[in-house]
Design a protein around this ligand. Structure first.
Ligand code: PLP
Length: 223
């Protein structure tokens, strides 16, 4: 097995205080998750609804699962009963559906709004304008079964570390603006989910408090 335990310990040691690690286990076998679990890791992220469902069945029930992938509206009902956070909400329609499904099972789901700042236009997420439009339209305030806990974003997949830093800094500024405008005094609006294996050091320097790290812990994914 890839040295999951050693890598996990190295990653944890490298994180500044207050930064939460979401161990991204997509495409990795459950033995890898068990190895990290044995070292105390309880927070894992997956990006495919069926894979997550199987792992949720097979693995300890005190694992908190974050859904980090693009979620199709009609798939929300499958993960809402057990997921602990849905990180990549990118439309009002998806937010409405999560709220509806969560009400059915008597849960309140923590969600993050996914920001699109990166240069690539292939990525999902909302532009800063779209995020503000969603929040200006006050419908979300009536949703009793979702709680918007912060923002999530991915930087451009490039080597230019200065550009990556600029994108994280843009996200951080936007987070502060949104917090002040819409969530002032709301304890729970606090998650800044940015940073992956190759750029989490930059992300932490630019205000991240939740990093999503896969490869650096579990090794390359075999698709
Ligand atoms: C796969 C994935 C990650 C982890 O990427 P690594 O480079 O393996 O650390 C983080 N965030 C999202 C949204 C992902 O899909």
């Amino acid at each position: 097995m890839y040295d999951v335990v050693k890598n996990l310990e190295e990653v944890l040691a490298s994180l500044p205080p207050g930064v939460q690690l979401v161990a991204i286990s997509k495409y990795h076998p459950k033995e890898y998750i068990e190895a990290a679990y044995a070292k105390g890791q309880r927070l894992f992220g997956e990006s495919h609804e069926q894979e997550l469902r199987q792992k949720h069945i097979d693995l300890p029930k005190d694992i908190r699962w974050h859904f980090i992938g693009h979620l199709q509206t009609n798939k929300a009902k499958y993960i809402v009963p057990y997921v602990s956070m849905i990180e990549a909400v990118d439309s009002l329609k998806l937010l409405q559906e999560i709220n509806k499904q969560a009400a059915k099972v008597g849960r309140t789901i923590d969600v993050l709004l996914e920001l699109h700042i990166a240069q690539e236009d292939t990525k999902y997420g909302m532009t800063p304008d779209e995020v503000c439009r969603l929040l200006d339209d006050e419908e979300w305030r009536q949703m009793e079964n979702v709680r918007i806990c912060g923002l999530m974003m991915m930087a451009s997949n490039i080597d230019d570390r200065q550009q990556i830093a600029r994108e994280f800094a843009t996200a951080n500024k936007l987070f502060n603006d949104i917090k002040a405008k819409y969530f002032k005094g709301d304890e729970y609006f606090r998650c800044k989910s940015w940073g992956m294996s190759d750029d989490y050091d930059i992300a932490c320097a630019e205000g991240s408090n939740m990093v999503r790290i896969g490869t650096k812990i579990f090794g390359p994914r075999i698709y």
